[in-house]
Each structure stands twice: as C-alpha cells, then as structure tokens.
Design a protein around this ligand. Sequence first.
Ligand code: AMP
Length: 420
Amino acid sequence: MTFRDFNLDSRLMEGLDAMGFEKPTPIQEKSIPLILDKKNLIACAQTGTGKTAAFILPVLHNLLVNKSQGINTLVLAPTRELAMQIDQQIEGFSYFTNATSIAVYGGGDGQTWTQQKRALAKGADIIIATPGRLISFLGSGKVDFSSLKHLIMDEADRMLDMGFFDDIMKIINTLPEKRQNLLFSATMPPNIKKLAGKIMPDYEEVAISISKPAEGIRQGAYMTHDSQKEPLLLSILKDKIYKSVIVFASTKEKVKNLTRSLKQRGEEVRQFHSDLEQIEREKLMQQFKGKKVRILIGTDILSRGIDVEGIDLVVNYDVPPDPEDYVHRIGRTARAESTGTAFTFINPKDVNRFKGIERLIEKEVPKLKLPEELGKGPDYEQSSHHDKGRGGGRNKRNFRAGGKRKGQDRNQGRRNKRRN
Ligand code: AMP
C-alpha cells in the first residue's frame, strides 16, 4: 500500500513526497480511510508509530476539499512540546496548501500570551492547544468554534492522567455538537472509553499492538546497585559510538546532580526538566535536534512527544514508575523504522517494577553483564524474591485506570499540569 491509495489531495501528496513519506505506517493504513469516511474514532497508538500524520492528513484533505471559513479543527494535546511538534508536522504536510494553523500552549512570557490571544481571535484552520491554556483564552469570548468540524485529542490517556478531564469537558461544551471526534491514546484504560462514551455517540476502534516498543529498538538491562549507576553510565558513554543520547532519571534533583557530575568528568551534557523556562527548553531542543548537544538528561517530561530523529541511545537511569512510561521513554529512539538502543539500570528495589514492564511488552529484556571494573551487581531473580509486595506493573496499571496515579491527589495532578 502507498499513500496514493488514499486519493489524498495532490497538494498533500506533494508535501508527503517532500518529506520523504512513501508507505503509510500500520496506524495510518487503518485510521486514514475511516477518518476520510467521517467516522468517529478511538485509536490506540504510541508516539513513534506515525499517529500524528494518521489524524492530520485526512483532516487536511477534508479541509482542502471542502474549504470552510473559521476554525475547522481543534487538536488538544497534553504538553506544549507535543503541541509544538504537531504544529510543525502540520506545517510540513500543508506546505503546498494555504491551510493555516496556530499552536496555543502555556509557558512563555506576556508577549507570547498576547500573540497567541491575537492569533486565536483572528482564527486559523487548525488550532493545536493544551487544555489549560485554551480554557484561559476561552474566557475572553474571542474564540469562535461555531464552524468547527473536527475535534482531535492526542495522548488522551496522558491528558486524563494530568487531571485535564474537567477542562476537556468544558472545552467540548463550547464546540458544535455535530463534529467528527478522533481520540488517540497510547493506552486504553477504562477512563478513555468513558470519555469517548461521553463525547461521541458511536465510534470505530483502531489498535495496533498495544504499548509495544517499536521493532527497531534493541533493549537491554543492567542489574546495578545505586552506587554503580553513574560509573556504568560513564562507561557506556565513553566510547562515543552513541552520537545522540537521552538519559531519563526519576527526579529533577537527580537530573541536576547527574548533569553536574558528568560535566565534571568532561562529558558534553545538558539537563531538561520543568525548572527550565519555556524559551530555554525550546533552545535546548533545537540544539539537541541540530546535534550540537550530544547528551540530554531529563525527567519524564522529555518522554512524550519529543520528535527528534537519529537518537541512537536511551538510558533509563532509573526504572520508570509506570510500564507505559517505559514504552514512551524508549520510543524516543528508533523513530519510524530506524534502529536504536535502550538500556535500563535496575536496582534491587526496582526488580518487580521491571518485571511489570516485561509483562506489558510481553518480552524478556536481556540482562547484560556489568563491565568488569564495576564489580558484581545484584542478582535479578534473587532480588525479585526480596521485593515482594512492591506494586508491579499490573497493580499500577489498574490504579491508573481509575484516573489517578498512586500518591498523587487531584491537586497534585493540577500542580504537575502547570509545571509540565
Ligand atoms: P509520530 O508517531 O506521529 O510522533 O511520528 C513519528 C515520526 O515518524 C515522525 O518523525 C514522523 O515524521 C515520522 N513518520 C510518520 N509517518 C511516516 C511514514 N509514513 N513514513 C516515514 N516517516 C513517517
């Protein structure tokens, strides 16, 4: 199958040719015909599968064929990084058309606020927005959704986890009832279906393998004591075969300490977390994309939606708290059929958590031997016996399905939402 089979507008085909897209990915193959057929859809697809093009291409096609006045499509996304990324992809696909788009997201200074507000009042064919920011603009009464035809929610599971449910419902109440709804989500916990049931009368479902890392990722894990993690990372980074590297650590403090420590050892490394100003984050991403920065160390805010090509190594310095986060993190490498490597450092306390990940991805990740000079690491199987009772993957997933993360109250969700 090729993109020609969808009979998309020739201007979009030109854009696809220019971007070097030849064959649709599986999610595109399944979703595009349904969306062109005006169906409501819930699609289960992770970042890295080509989901953005899956929803944007048919919507753009529709827009070109039935040119309408006013805002045609609203895309809701959980983070500003993802909103910007979607906007950039739209710009690429619509390069040979006159379709317009605006991204509206939090952060930035007063000037950004004024610019976004003005742009929104003026309107564009496609608005990409984070829910919190859009809500604050809706109050001004200058946003006119009366001609809206499509509502797209991207990473809907993430938006619900971040406590956006009420905001999403408020936004939806301002939209025309007759519209096409497309809900994309990396996972399908029950609260997603509940949301779908509330906002659309009926829908088609599309799923490609649920929460499975892309085929091109070579995965490996090291059993380590905490004290061995930093020397292990240094030894992996030492021989420079990895040209573009992301390291995930569990907290901002760890990110800061690790960055400082690696810098002292002469590594070219930068940090990425929610303390950075929006402008600094954007600049840093540009430098990373341009391969001017080799190693980026960050918290989970790095793991969603960052679309950087050619990342060849992802390191989980700590085992991520939720199995799905593992898939998102390692999905930063091996984008769209390229290859990449993902290593995870597991300390004895995290063994059962890692087993939850292996259950989710239905695969045992090879356990690699520590470099000799680091001494002996803990034993995987033995550690798991000592670690009974710490929530493994399944429990956590069920907990999330209820709409909240363990230890995270609703207000915490809201606070995170702002900081992210
Ligand atoms: P996404 O899952 O939307 O974040 O897309 C992941 C990456 O794959 C992006 O860099 C896209 O530009 C790229 N991509 C999406 N669809 C295709 C395709 N059919 N052929 C080649 N690259 C693609």
